[in-house]
Design a protein. Structure first.
Length: 233
């Protein structure tokens, strides 16, 4: 069958799923914290923080990859100590690919969570406060459940976007088969190889199917959670 994937192509699919999953796990909690800060916080520099958070959406991904290379490379201000003191190397590794993907998808989670949080009625939190609930209790019992559709939708959307990340990954983690060669990089390699059109078409079809599935799942999750919370969409 022409659509049967080779072992190398399956490696790219597996690696893409692993990298996208790890990137969401890395960025989810910090993204929730930043979203809460931007939505509810009032402090000098808030607009600047908002711009910095969304910067990966507007600059070329290669620039993000280059910045990570400068910071987390073996001679970088962060990567150097990690290598020397802890033996941790991120550049040209699967962990590095996950980090690059996390940075690129971070604004997507922040935006989705912030939209979910902005939809929470402040009166419910005020009512909980009058009943004696402290800030942490109000957040865990009132705010967090009501913003959960945004959290889940943001996580799924970031996962789907992570499957297609190319520029930041290839710049920071390179294109190493079995280590950092995710689906987009495998497609690129196939298009650069003589007779690689069939492999590129197979991988592109897989990538398209995964992306569509992820986006549909994000919408379904948001609708389901809003239904459970009694909010129509």
């Amino acid at each position: 069958m022409a659509f049967v994937l080779t072992a190398e192509e399956w490696d790219a699919v597996r690696l893409s799923l692993a990298v996208a999953s790890r990137s969401v796990l890395v960025s989810l909690l910090p993204a929730i914290g930043v979203a809460v800060l931007l939505s509810r916080g009032r402090f000098p520099g808030r607009s600047l923080l908002d711009a910095l958070v969304h910067l990966p959406l507007v600059v070329p991904p290669v620039v993000v990859g280059w910045a990570l290379l400068m910071l987390f490379g073996v001679r970088g201000p962060i990567g150097g100590p990690l290598q020397d003191w802890f033996g941790v190397r991120l550049v040209f590794t699967t962990d590095g690919a996950a980090l690059a993907t996390a940075v690129m998808s971070f604004p997507l989670i922040v935006r989705a969570v912030r939209l979910g949080l902005d939809g929470v009625d402040p009166g419910l939190e005020a009512a909980a406060r009058t009943l004696g609930a402290g800030p942490l209790d109000r957040f865990l019992s009132v705010t967090l459940p009501l913003m959960s559709p945004g959290i889940l939708a943001g996580a799924v959307t970031a996962f789907a976007a992570g499957l297609g990340e190319f520029g930041a990954v290839i710049t920071f983690a390179s294109n190493i088969p079995g280590e950092t060669q995710t689906l987009p990089l495998a497609i690129y390699s196939a298009t650069q190889s003589p007779g690689g059109e069939a492999a590129a078409a197979r991988l592109a079809a897989i990538s398209f199917a995964l992306a569509i599935t992820g986006l549909l799942l994000a919408e379904a999750v948001a609708r389901r959670m809003n239904g459970l919370l009694g909010r129509g969409r």
